[in-house]
Design a protein around this ligand. Structure first.
Ligand code: NCD
Length: 291
């Protein structure tokens, strides 16, 4: 039995298998491979894409989903999340998908259950399924040929689980990563860093923009989002000479702060393609872990 807490829980062979299966699911009607399987989703943090994407993926594969309404669960009455997980596990689900504001929540729960735990995001630590769907989207665009491709990850990298998981996974695939952010949003890193997006744009193949994770800031460490946007927003002007670049964002997008409206409508922007791919990739991940 296998959990997916972070991208390193999967070998490159496993990831390749997941990407291949996801491609099949995009191209053909998916099989009802999760028929008679019951999967529990527990999201202690807000989510639009990840929660609905997992639940749609389960249903497309013929499985059943039970969503624990966190506000009405006994966690709200003081039950620990490990007790909640042990009790859910006693009902014999086939997997539990969890999102939590604390880094390490999924790892912690994995000790109390006998089914796979899938991490839908834990604090600023990891968001493995997002990184795999980002990899899928990049590979798809470059027809598999991504080694040495240059990607700028832009924004609140220090507080971003999406950045963390992508840095691990894309490095493993031989991509060349530059972190672009104001100093207070940069983590300790051995990767290339800059605060000057304009100075690196010419050499980039991919831009991955990230939202300012204000819910994880103890105090506001920047002037205003408008000031931030002045230097880090992806504008039409910024990419005017870059016809082959692609733009990614995990969502939710802060419009005109992370990415300009005009760019969101541009064919180089793959944000909605990422969402479509997310369903197929999550189908493949669940089949890999559950069957
Ligand atoms: C991200 C998340 O929740 O980590 N969104 C997502 O899952 N698609 C990124 C974010 O909230 O900024």
């Amino acid at each position: 039995m296998k959990h997916l807490i972070k991208t390193t829980d999967l070998t490159k062979d496993e990831i390749e298998y997941i990407l291949k299966t996801a491609r099949n699911h995009l191209e053909k009607t998916p099989p009802h491979s999760l028929k008679e399987k019951t999967i529990v989703t527990i999201f202690f943090e807000n989510s639009t894409r990840t929660l609905s994407s997992f639940e749609i993926a389960i249903k497309r594969l013929g499985g059943s989903v039970v969503r624990l309404d966190v506000a009405k669960s006994s966690t709200a009455k003081g039950e620990s999340i490990s007790d909640t997980a042990a009790n859910l596990n006693a009902m014999k689900p086939d997997a539990i998908i969890i999102r939590h504001k604390n880094a390490g929540a999924g790892e912690h729960l994995s000790k109390y259950v006998t089914c796979p735990i899938i991490n839908g995001g834990d604090g600023a630590h990891a968001h493995p399924t997002q990184a795999i769907l980002d990899l899928f989207t990049i590979k798809n665009h470059f027809k598999g040929n991504i080694e040495g491709k240059k990607i700028a990850i832009i924004g609140d990298i220090k507080n971003s689980r999406v950045a963390n998981s992508n840095i691990e996974l894309l490095t493993r695939y031989g991509m060349n990563i530059t972190l672009v952010a104001p100093p207070h949003f940069l983590p300790q890193t051995s990767l290339k860093t800059t605060s000057d997006l304009k100075s690196v744009i010419d050499e980039m193949d991919i831009l991955m923009s990230l939202r300012t994770q204000s819910e994880r800031h103890n105090s506001q460490v920047y002037g205003s989002l408008r000031d931030y946007a002045h230097n880090f927003c992806i504008t039409k002007e910024l990419i005017k000479n870059k016809q082959d670049i692609i733009i990614l964002h995990p969502g939710p997008v802060h419009r005109n702060i992370d990415i300009e409206d005009e760019v969101l409508k541009d064919k180089r922007c793959k944000v909605l393609e990422q969402v479509t791919n997310g369903v197929a990739v999550r189908m493949a991940i669940m089949e890999h872990l559950i069957l």
